[in-house]
Design a protein around this ligand. Sequence first.
Ligand code: ATP
Length: 270
Amino acid sequence: MTPIVELVNVWKSYDGVQALKGLNLEVWRGEIFGLLGPNGAGKTTTLKIIVGLLRMDRGLVRVNGVDISEEPYEYKRIIGYVPESVSLPDYLTVEEFLIYSGKIRGLSEGKIRERMNYFIKLFDLEGKRRSLIISLSRGMRQKVAVASALLHDPDLLILDEPFIGIDPAGQHVLKELFNERVKGGKTVFISTHMLDTAERLCDRVAIIHKGQNVASGDLKNLQQISRAGENATLEEVFLKLTEEAREQLFEEEPIKRRGGFLSLFGRRGP
Ligand code: ATP
């Protein structure tokens, strides 16, 4: 079986900032997969490359077996994406926006109404159906963005920090929704800092640090890789692995710095 998302040796830099350094990643069909990592690890960059919002410098990304640099459009049909900070058209109503999203996805009027009504009810937005998006709270906007990403019932739902700003009841609904989708064979791929939630929710996770995959697998795999013990929580495993990755980088760095210092010293020496 081929993974639904596969990254092989992916590199990306922004004006000299090396965000991804040979990242490898596999997400399997029918799982909830969590991308974890400290601030600046490269999670958002990774998700943006997969959904086609950013171009990688080097490497291979396959979605549903398709090389996205060779077929940059068609593969997006199977994706629903919710970015970290959602930016929706302020002066459309919730209903107008969702109808517009459904039309872009090529859905029939009837299908759009059916799916829209389902999500409006699910996310408790009935009272806001005809309100302008600008008048919604941040969490409500987030829910509208999730509804919009799900209208076409995508095989692969990708969400960057989906729980931020959503109230506990909304978070519960989202988690149920994710679980239901994977039961039906769909895939959910999230990035998150909420390690307790990731531990309970995700089938597998990848921990990335400074643009590289430090470890991936289920909790058992990660407990073994980190040698943190069989009762270690995901948080304990995460802290241990990222600390080790940081130390390893620190060990490599002084060699470079020492090299620079010695050559400077050498020039001044006899
Ligand atoms: P966080 O958990 O803080 O959201 P992240 O894991 O999503 O972080 P990215 O947003 O992918 O990390 O950033 C990875 C690296 O790339 C960081 O060093 C960041 O400063 C840098 N970076 C991201 N976007 C840009 C940009 N538009 N221009 C320059 N550097 C950027």
